[in-house]
Design a protein around this ligand. Sequence first.
Ligand code: BTN
Length: 325
Amino acid sequence: MSRIDTEEEILELLRKSPNKYVSGEDLSRKFKVSRTAIWKNIHSLIAQGYEIESHTHLGYKLLSAPDILLAAEIRNGLNTKYVGQNMYCFNEIGSTNDFALKYTEKGVEEGFLVTAEKQTHGKGRLGRNWISPPNLGLWFSVILKPRISPFHSSKITFISGLSVVDAVKKVTGEDAVLKWPNDVFFRGKKLCGILTEMRAEMDVINYLVIGMGVNVNFSRSDFPESLKHTATSLKIELKQEFSRVKLLKEILKNLEDYYELFKREGFDPILNRWKDNCATLNTRVKITQGKDIIEGFAQDVDDDCSLLVRLDSGIIYKTVSGDVS
Ligand code: BTN
């Protein structure tokens, strides 16, 4: 058993005895290591942010766990079969998507999760960068292997957006909405962005990496000037901090559930639910595609995830990408 495994198991034992001491002797007997080794593990946990009371005669008592993206925290009570069951949690990385894409070269099981407290080169859509300061948001990527054509990858992005909307509802009790093609908005501003990338052949996806960025505990001053009027966080809107670990676990659970629904019943139930939660539909929209701007009425979303816009001339314009405002 590695040091990390022992650490997680000690933690699990402490969690099972809330508000009670677990003796060092019991722990050392159970894990077949010395009491000094147990003590070292406890200190490592404390260094990671766990509050553990230690008493010479009574042992150790877990007082609180940190809201940090640690494997032990994410796995604890995560009710999924494979999404988020195996992972790498980085303190700092360039981009979780870049890491995950590279990692797929080795062959990796479906549902593998990559998280980071901070990204130094967080990537957004259309070559933009994604502001990812430490401890304020969720910056993570999930690797899936859907047996679908690369042309249908947007369906998995839709699944991801829905997972965030449902998770926000569960954790805050408030409604977030979807904005075509793949943003989650909260009270009129952007709360979450999704960047889906893949390794694929002409007709089949080998690996899909879904990268999600959720602004959880930003204060207004944490955003750069350029984003202050368009982006928001749960903390700004609801005037309280939220547990990132809890929100992440909800998103992962929803992701697995919707993905399984998609595999079982196809895209229809997903698309219907997506449309029900979409704020873009039935509004006038302006779509920027490079230098072109198209204006019209957002009439529907097709089953290939494209937006159908009724132009003022009456013509229906079908678009697969663009920035909607
Ligand atoms: C967008 O432009 O709206 C998409 C933003 C996606 C950001 C996330 S953060 C985690 C993952 N890693 C990245 O580099 N980007 C995505």
